[in-house]
Design a protein around this ligand. Structure first.
Ligand SMILES: *[C@@H]1O[C@H](CO)[C@@H](O)[C@H](O)[C@H]1NC(C)=O
Ligand SMILES: *[C@@H]1O[C@H](CO)[C@@H](O)[C@H](O)[C@H]1NC(C)=O
Ligand SMILES: *[C@@H]1O[C@H](CO)[C@@H](O)[C@H](O)[C@H]1NC(C)=O
Ligand SMILES: *[C@@H]1O[C@H](CO)[C@@H](O)[C@H](O)[C@H]1NC(C)=O
Ligand SMILES: *[C@@H]1O[C@H](CO)[C@@H](O)[C@H](O)[C@H]1NC(C)=O
Ligand SMILES: *[C@@H]1O[C@H](CO)[C@@H](O)[C@H](O)[C@H]1NC(C)=O
Ligand SMILES: *[C@@H]1O[C@H](CO)[C@@H](O)[C@H](O)[C@H]1NC(C)=O
Ligand SMILES: *[C@@H]1O[C@H](CO)[C@@H](O)[C@H](O)[C@H]1NC(C)=O
Ligand SMILES: *[C@@H]1O[C@H](CO)[C@@H](O)[C@H](O)[C@H]1NC(C)=O
Ligand SMILES: *[C@@H]1O[C@H](CO)[C@@H](O)[C@H](O)[C@H]1NC(C)=O
Ligand SMILES: *[C@@H]1O[C@H](CO)[C@@H](O)[C@H](O)[C@H]1NC(C)=O
Ligand SMILES: *[C@@H]1O[C@H](CO)[C@@H](O)[C@H](O)[C@H]1NC(C)=O
Length: 792
């Protein structure tokens, strides 16, 4: 076909589809475009438009055949069928379908039609099942990425793929032994990732020198002595062997032959102490060393020789004593995590860190005492939370223009808060003994996103200069002695999401002077309990809370914090203190909303507009002087888990419709003037009697005695029993069954907040993902998730 003709077809197609084709697809033959469009139509693809889709297409200049297809992330949903038009694109050399949802399709054996493929990536695309043996025909492949799926079986097909240079099969369910003898004789293989599968067996390294540069084998079930063979892979630069689950301790000296090694991650293995002592011949080339969770008891002196060290992680061990002074002198040291050990302090003078090149330091969760050292000159991230440091917060933090994150929470610092918070994104000084007032020195353009000074002895007023913090998202001044009126002026902050004033001496009206709605559109969490607020709330009080009016499904929930930063991640944490929903320092997600106005002197009616807050999971209005009825609109707050209206002067009956709130795990309306029947249904009748006590006129389960005039007819005795059976079963599912309440309730809470421990400092060469599956696994270690905060 002459080129002019080709162009004509293209134009007619353009008119036909009335869509704009991007330049890449320009040279494509019409039949190829048609096949591409047919392929798209096989799927639900509302998430991406035609031009996005064709933007990832390339065709051969001469023949017009499609040679490259790079599907946009999240473009397709649906099954990949064996008769898919994809398999008509015989000239494809590059195919990337990763990060789409192929809905547990198995891999059609028709992939073998695409035998010109050099690059094939099907990562994170919900494929399941075995790899068809016909994959062995894809002999031109140089790059194969099948990671993050649920593929199983073994891989005989690999035998013929001798041109592979990159092979990533990580995070699947592959079984059996790896044909290392085969893989390591592949002449070009340089990158091999088999992490997180169910692989076992031995590793054999043939004599030929392998080109392997990158090897990741962690989280499998290898047996025998797999380490010795690895020590023959002398070109390795990256080696990841975490959680090997082998029965003998790892002797680091075995890696002394790997002279090119830059990155070694051997975390969650037991280590032989001899390999950690000085003189052990660790490759001095190492730049990044991760020894987290290795049950190390003494500071590894073998580190002394690693003068190139850039990133050191020895967190989650049991190392005692002081951190040696020499560590900080490594010329290129940048990231150090010593989190969760038993260190009692830092060796050397208070200036031991001063001249260090280190930029990210996390020494949280230790037992360090004494005065805090002068921070390093180039510090970006400084976390020392949960230690026992005393004395003043070092004023030099004011002179560190690179400092962005300062977390000294849960220590025993005294004295004032330094007058220099504007350049910090995160300031967490929670649970110390600081006094004075919060410095009123936030200048315009202040970077502050998170300010937590809760649980100190702060006095005075909220600084008006907070108004300069247009990025402020998280403000917590709870449990201090601050005496001020409600800061309506903060409504000018467009990003404020979390605001807690709990347990201070705030006073005055909570409703704006014009008696209009409270204007904090992004607010999710407002905790005002135990203050001295007065007055009533207008019925439209909550109508401007836009963010909390949208119900976000759990998958869409996002942490609050500075966690997308390339170098570190910080997740805002919060104490939630609701009945049935208590946690200390839980991660804050953007998907839920809570309100606590308890322990004030509020009066008037509960605003009907509360029903707009679809994301509300906890509401506590107890210990006030609210009057009138319980608003019917509460029945539409479908996510509600904890509702406390006790100790007010509410009257009327409890709206029957509240019985349909299926997540409600705790409800109390005790000590009001309510009457009538308690709504029937598991959520209400499963509560303790105390939830309803102190209301003369209430009747029905769980209170003793029947209501005088039964509102519905009594079912027959047999029916009733059957109904009860069903009820009990449902009740267990919902979580109120005996002994089950706590477990399930917590499970729900954690499921929605996930866990808070995850990689905190992300080394530039060692990106670790936050893996939703492993987050979920930590459901078992509930207490961990509850007691702990953020991590390296
Ligand atoms: C398709 O998506 C791209 C990028 O998302 C956007 O720029 C373009 O305007 C969209 N086109 C249509 C027709 O929606
Ligand atoms: C495949 O596409 C994803 C985006 O969906 C991209 O992140 C990845 O780098 C691509 N892989 C290759 C080998 O092109
Ligand atoms: C592909 O096969 C499915 C059955 O698996 C059938 O319903 C469908 O019509 C076929 N599509 C084409 C284009 O042949
Ligand atoms: C394989 O794909 C996953 C998901 O996109 C990606 O994280 C990983 O880096 C890829 N592997 C290689 C070797 O490119
Ligand atoms: C394998 O790679 C070599 C060198 O790049 C190339 O000449 C050869 O054609 C490739 N083999 C196949 C089957 O693509
Ligand atoms: C393996 O290599 C060693 C030296 O590196 C050599 O002595 C030995 O003969 C080789 N064995 C085989 C089977 O090639
Ligand atoms: C680790 O190994 C032990 C036996 O040594 C085994 O019982 C256990 O299941 C393994 N754990 C995992 C996660 O594979
Ligand atoms: C601290 O490390 C120990 C292992 O030494 C581990 O068992 C524990 O869970 C860690 N604590 C936290 C809070 O992560
Ligand atoms: C830090 O470096 C300066 C000059 O570079 C030097 O004068 C000072 O003694 C050093 N301080 C420490 C504690 O090493
Ligand atoms: C802080 O000091 C108080 C006494 O002043 C003590 O009771 C408390 O245990 C200390 N807390 C820490 C974390 O060291
Ligand atoms: C703090 O910085 C100022 C100028 O930015 C400088 O003059 C002063 O010497 C510094 N102080 C310390 C203790 O480094
Ligand atoms: C602080 O660390 C101790 C253990 O050293 C732990 O028991 C406690 O729960 C931690 N505090 C917080 C708030 O995580």
């Amino acid at each position: 076909m002459p080129p002019s003709c080709l162009r004509l077809h293209f134009l007619s197609l353009l008119l036909f589809t009335s869509s704009f084709l991007m330049i890449n697809a320009l040279t494509c033959r019409p039949d190829q475009i048609q096949a591409l469009m047919k392929f798209k139509n096989e799927f639900e693809s509302a998430g991406c438009n035609r031009s996005d889709y064709l933007n990832g297409v390339q065709c051969d200049d001469a023949t017009g055949a499609v040679t490259k297809l790079q599907l946009p992330t999240g473009c397709f949903t649906g099954i990949l069928k064996p008769n898919s038009s994809l398999f008509e694109l015989h000239h494809l050399r590059y195919l990337n379908l990763s990060h789409n949802n192929f809905a547990s399709s198995s891999l059609p054996s028709e992939f073998s039609n695409l035998n010109r493929l050099e690059v094939l990536s099907l990562a994170s695309s919900s494929f399941t099942g075995q790899i068809p043996s016909s994959f062995s025909k894809l002999i031109s492949l140089t790059h194969l990425n099948l990671s993050h799926n649920e593929l199983t079986g073994s891989f005989p097909f690999l035998r013929t793929l001798t041109n592979l240079s990159v092979l990533d099969l990580s995070d699947n369910q592959f079984l059996g032994a790896i044909p290392f003898d085969l893989l390591l004789t592949m002449p070009f293989l340089s990158h091999l990732n088999l992490r997180k599968n169910h692989l076992n067996g031995h590793i054999e390294v043939p004599n030929s020198s392998s080109r392997l540069v990158y090897l990741s084998l962690g989280e499998n079930q290898f047996e025998g002595h797999i380490l010795k063979p690895i020590s023959n892979l002398i070109n390795l630069e990256y080696l990841e062997l975490s959680s090997l689950n082998i029965s003998y301790p790892v002797d680091l000296r075995i890696f002394s032959s790997l002279k090119a090694l830059l990155i070694l991650d051997i975390s969650k293995n037991r280590l032989l102490p001899a390999g950690l002592s000085s003189g052990s011949d660790i490759p001095p080339s190492l730049e990044s060393l991760v020894l987290s969770g290795c049950d190390i008891l003494e500071f590894p002196n073998m580190l002394k020789t690693l003068q190139n060290l850039h990133h050191l992680d020895i967190s989650n061990n049991r190392i005692k004593g002081k951190v040696p002074e020499w560590l900080w002198k490594f010329p290129r040291l940048s990231i150090v995590s010593l989190v969760n050990n038993s260190f009692t302090g830092l060796e050397g003078s208070s200036e031991v860190l001063l001249n260090s090149s280190v930029q990210l330091v996390d020494i949280a969760y230790n037992s360090m005492t004494g005065e805090f050292p002068v921070p390093p000159t180039n510090i970006i991230y400084l976390s020392a939370w949960n230690n026992s440091f005393t004395g003043n917060i070092p004023l030099q933090v004011c002179n560190r223009s690179s400092l962005r994150v300062l977390d000294l929470s849960y220590n025993n610092f005294t004295g004032p808060i330094p007058q220099c918070l504007s350049n910090l994104k995160i300031v967490n000084l929670r649970k110390n003994s600081l006094d004075g007032s919060i410095p009123d020195e936030f200048h315009s353009g202040a970077l502050t996103q998170t300010l937590d000074v809760g649980f100190n002895r702060l006095t005075g007023k909220l600084p008006r200069s907070l108004l300069n913090c247009s990025f402020l998202r998280f403000l917590s001044v709870d449990n201090n002695i601050i005496e001020d009126t409600f800061p309506f002026w903060l409504k000018a902050l467009p990003n404020l999401k979390v605001f807690t004033l709990r347990s201070n001496r705030f006073f005055g009206q909570l409703s704006p002077p014009d008696q209009g709605p409270l204007a904090f559109p992004e607010l999710h969490i407002l905790e005002l309990s135990d203050n001295r607020f007065t007055g009533s709330l207008p019925t439209n009080y909550f109508v401007n809370w836009k963010a909390s009016s949208v119900k976000i499904n759990e998958d869409g929930s996002i942490y609050m914090g500075d966690y997308k930063n390339a170098y570190y991640s910080y997740v805002d944490t919060l104490d939630l203190q609701y009945k049935g929903l208590f946690m200390e320092q839980g991660n804050v997600l953007t998907s839920y909303s809570t309100i606590d106005f308890s322990g004030n002197k509020l009066e008037g009616h509960i605003p009907e507009s509360i029903g707009l807050l679809k994301a509300l999971i906890a509401l506590n209005l107890s210990n006030n002087a609210f009057i009138g009825h319980i608003p019917l609109s509460l029945a539409s707050v479908s996510e509600l888990e904890s509702l406390d209206l006790s100790r007010n002067q509410l009257s009327g009956s409890i709206p029957r419709e509240l019985g349909s709130l299926s997540f409600l795990a705790y409800v109390s309306v005790a000590h009001n003037q309510l009457t009538g029947e308690i709504p029937q249904g598991p959520q209400f009748s499963g509560q303790a009697e105390t939830s309803f006590e102190g209301n003369e006129g209430l009747c029905g389960l769980p209170l003793q005695g029947n209501c005088l005039s039964p509102p519905t007819q009594q079912p027959m005795e047999e029916d009733k029993e059957e109904e009860e059976g069903v009820l009990n079963w449902k009740a267990v599912v919902i979580g109120y069954g005996p002994g089950f309440l706590f477990g399930l309730l917590i499970a729900h809470v954690i499921a929605s907040y996930k866990t808070k421990w995850f990689v905190k400092i992300v080394g530039p060469d060692n990106h670790k993902e936050v893996d939703p599956v492993s987050l979920f696994m930590s459901l078992d270690s509930r207490c961990d998730s509850f007691n702990n905060k953020r991590v390296m």
